[in-house]
Each structure stands twice: as structure tokens, then as C-alpha cells.
Design a binder for this molecule. Structure first.
Ligand code: ATP
Length: 369
């Protein structure tokens, strides 16, 4: 097990494409770090540079304190798990898991013991004699994990390992991976484009966009304190409402003007975020999580304190109801409890339920408050 450090790491492909810029990440021994971002943001490239499958154009990667820039992949002592399991169809589960160890010519007895131990961790003990074609997708994924585990590497590197599984199995395997990683305590870097997977798995989550790190933080902090508009919009489902307007009033009575409408902000917002006072009288983007907007049918909203509109879509999600409505140019979603059975076409008055705004920034998405 080991710490993995990326210092000012960059990647320019031979055709001139810049995939990663000045990436700095320090992954602690035993930590589960998730790299997340939209397609093409450079997360796979970053992982492959750590694995040794891609040259590092700039900066340094260290694993367990050793600079590995020039160390070939096979000598880096990391195990990679891909979305395609790449199992050998003619070999049994036992031989698939032990394949790498046989190549290294470990004694048969030792291989058998290591495979048995991994199979137990993975719940594969009863399937060791089967061939991959006789396994479910989830079991095949576990065999691929088994191959990584028996190598007892310094780090696991996983690239979208669950993306070939159906939705239900993905959720099951997600929990399995979290459990296995916790039990083994192996430093893990996990790449996904799925923010739910990132939020549920990571001790910390690193959000990337266009080759650049946007923020790295524990999941709840990313959710509560996004560093910029990109992170605010990317993390959370349904996505955070981002409304353009201006901040007016004074510190005791801050108000958000959105077109012709006024949303009174709880004064506590300015206590919590004193930096916001400097935005009084200026254009802002305010981010409000859907669950932080309450429909005024459920609460007593003071006169003129909400955003009035007409519900144009109501989605029953089981435990929650999502109410969509438009405010000026923005589409807004509130998450209400199912007790509020409302129909599309009825009036809504969105009201800020909790004394917090998640993000208020100027129009520039890189501004941090
Ligand atoms: P995805 O989720 O779609 O796999 P990603 O975030 O993992 O995307 P990368 O695969 O790292 O992104 O790609 C980052 C950028 O580098 C993209 O613009 C991609 O087109 C480019 N790229 C990837 N591989 C190469 C290559 N071999 N040569 C040139 N450009 C490449």
C-alpha cells in the first residue's frame, strides 16, 4: 500500500491534443479517490499516466515515495481494473484469478492460497471451477477484481469498472467495491463519469473539466461548498438550480432580484458567507439545491419572498415529487414531499427553505466566494 502523488502533471498526445493540464493530487495511503468529470475531461489519461500505460508529458508521479515517470507499467506495482474484464475464456475462474501469479512463477501452493483468500473476499468460492461464460456480468467483474487483489499491489487503479453492468447490478457492485476496498485498505484511484458513483464511493472526489482539476474534496463538501459553477452544476441530481440575478437590499435584508421577481434571502446567509456582502448591488448567479426550495403551499412564505411561476412538469419519483417551473430564462426544479400532489399547470411559489445558499458567484464561473 502506498501514497500516490501527482505533481504538476500534464499530458500532450503526439498529435498535439492537450488532455491534462497541471494536475496536482495527493492520494493518501489507503484512500479511495474518485476522478470524475464529463467525457473527454482527461480522467482516463490521468489514470493511465499513473498506471504507466501513457507517457507523462509534464510533472511527476510518485507511488510510495518513488518517482515512477520512467518506470515501466509492470514494475509500478499497481493493478488496473478496466470496464472490459478481459478474462481468458478457456481458463477457469481459479486460473483467471491466479494467472498473473503463475506468470511470475510463484509456487503453486502459494497461488492456491492467495486465490482462495481473494475468492472468499469476493464471494466466488463456489465458482472457482467455472469458466467465465458460465458467470453473470457481476461475477465476471469480481473475477477481474480478484486478479487485481491477488497481486497485492500498492494501489488499485480502476477505469469505469462498472459501466458494462446493468443499473441494478451496478449499484450492488458499487457497494461491493466499497466494502472490498475498505477491508483491504488499498490505495485506490477510481475513474467514472457518473457523479452518483463518485459521491457514494470516494473518500474524496476530484472533479475534472477539460483537463483541469476543478475541486478535490470529500463528497459532502463538494455538494455543500462547490468551488465554482461547473462543480455546482455537475454534482447533485437533480442538478442545482442556477439563477442569474442581482443581489440588492442590505446586509440585514438581502434580496435577490431575478427579472421582475424578488427572492428574500435569509439574513443568516450573509452571516454564514460574509464575503457575499461585497456582492450587494452586483450581478450574481445564485445556486439553490432543489431540496432547499420549498413550495409555499407547505410553508408560510412572507409576501414577495418567493419566485412565482407555473408548474410545467411534475414528476413523481416515489418518495419525492419534482416540480419543474421556469423563472425568467431559467428552468427551476424543486423537490417536494409526495404529500404535495400538485398538477402541472398550477401555480407555484418557490421559497427558500433553508438559511443557506450553496453558491453565489459572479458570472465568471471561476469566481469563488
Ligand atoms: P471518457 O469518459 O469519454 O473516457 P476521459 O475523461 O477519460 O473521457 P480521456 O480519454 O482521458 O478523457 O481523453 C482526454 C482528451 O484526450 C480527449 O480530448 C481525447 O479525445 C484526447 N485523447 C485521448 N487519447 C488520445 C490519443 N491517443 N491521442 C490523441 N488524443 C487523445
Amino acid at each position: 500500500m502506498a501514497e500516490v502523488d501527482l505533481t504538476s502533471v500534464g499530458k500532450v498526445y503526439p498529435d498535439g491534443t492537450r488532455a491534462v493540464t497541471d494536475l496536482n493530487l495527493s492520494i493518501a495511503d489507503g484512500e479511495f479517490l474518485v476522478l470524475v468529470g464529463p467525457s473527454g475531461c482527461g480522467k482516463t489519461t490521468a489514470l493511465r499516466m499513473v498506471a504507466g500505460l501513457e507517457d507523462i508529458s509534464e510533472g511527476t508521479v510518485t507511488i510510495g515515495g518513488r518517482v515512477v515517470n520512467r518506470v515501466p507499467a509492470r514494475d509500478r506495482d499497481v493493478a488496473m481494473v478496466f470496464q472490459s474484464y478481459a478474462l481468458y475464456p478457456h481458463l477457469s475462474v481459479r486460473d483467471n484469478i491466479g494467472f498473473g501469479l503463475s506468470l511470475r512463477k510463484l509456487p503453486k501452493k502459494e497461488i492456491r492460497e492467495k486465490v482462495d483468500r481473494a475468492a472468499e473476499v469476493l464471494g466466488l468460492t463456489d465458482h472457482l471451477d467455472r469458466k467465465p461464460r458460465n458467470l453473470s456480468g457481476g461475477q465476471r467483474q469480481r473475477v477481474a477484481m480478484g486478479r487485481a487483489i491477488v497481486r497485492e499491489p500498492q494501489a488499485f487503479l480502476m477505469d469505469e469498472p462498472l459501466s458494462n453492468l446493468d443499473a441494478k447490478l451496478r449499484v450492488q457492485m458499487r457497494a461491493e467495491i466499497a466494502r472490498i476496498q475498505r477491508d483491504l485498505g488499498v490505495t485506490t484511484i477510481y475513474v467514472t463519469h457518473d457523479q452518483t458513483e463518485a459521491m457514494t464511493l470516494g473518500d474524496r472526489v476530484a472533479v475534472m473539466k477539460k483537463g483541469e482539476l476543478q475541486q478535490v474534496a470529500p463528497p459532502q463538501e463538494l455538494y455543500d461548498r462547490p468551488a465554482n459553477l461547473f462543480v455546482a452544476g455537475f454534482i447533485g441530481s437533480p442538478a442545482m438550480n442556477l439563477l442569474h440575478g442581482s443581489l440588492s437590499g442590505d446586509a440585514a435584508n438581502p434580496r435577490l432580484q431575478i427579472g421582475g421577481q424578488t427572492l428574500t434571502l435569509p439574513a443568516a446567509v450573509l452571516h454564514e458567507r460574509p464575503a457575499l456582502a461585497s456582492y450587494l448591488g452586483r450581478d450574481v448567479v445564485v445556486g439553490i439545491r432543489p431540496e432547499d426550495m420549498e413550495d409555499s403551499e407547505l410553508v408560510e412564505a412572507p409576501e414577495g419572498s418567493g419566485l412565482s411561476s407555473t408548474a410545467d412538469l411534475v414528476e413523481a419519483m416515489g418518495s419525492d415529487v419534482l416540480v419543474h417551473f421556469a423563472v425568467e430564462a431559467a428552468q427551476v426544479v424543486t423537490e417536494d414531499t409526495k404529500e404535495l400532489a400538485r398538477d402541472a399547470g398550477t401555480d407555484v411559489l418557490g421559497h427558500m427553505e433553508r438559511p443557506r445558499t450553496d453558491l453565489v458567484a459572479r458570472f465568471s464561473p471561476r469566481t469563488r466566494v
